[in-house]
Ligand binder design. Sequence first.
Ligand code: THU
Length: 126
Amino acid sequence: MTDTELLEIASGAMKNAYAPYSKFSVGAALLCSDGTVFTGCNVENASYGAANCAERTAIFKAVSEGCRDFSAIAIVSSGGGETYPCGICRQVIAEFAPDLRVILQNKEGKPVSYNFKDMMPYIFSL
Ligand code: THU
């Protein structure tokens, strides 16, 4: 699975985004160590705080299906350019995958990858 392929899967997932309030669609594709890919999109709500981000949708789908060993996550948005995971999603990533590779799409549509540890040093964990 190449970074470009994972970004393409995230783009497909973004089509299912439910974002009538922000009009900002996000898609994520989470690659598990066994090769399984779980997708996610943002799901908003009239009670704004009840919204769920694309990354957490994908992670919660994976964990609820018994997968907790993740190697990479690709994230795309309708905003164009690199869309970094929000603080709450970073905390959820930190719980399961502090070594995750985070693949974003730059303005030219090319993959750019980061080590999650560089994006979120000094994580909170029990
Ligand atoms: N959003 C995500 O899905 N992932 C992020 O990392 C940033 C924000 C969503 C939440 C909300 O539905 C919309 O983008 C605007 O904030």
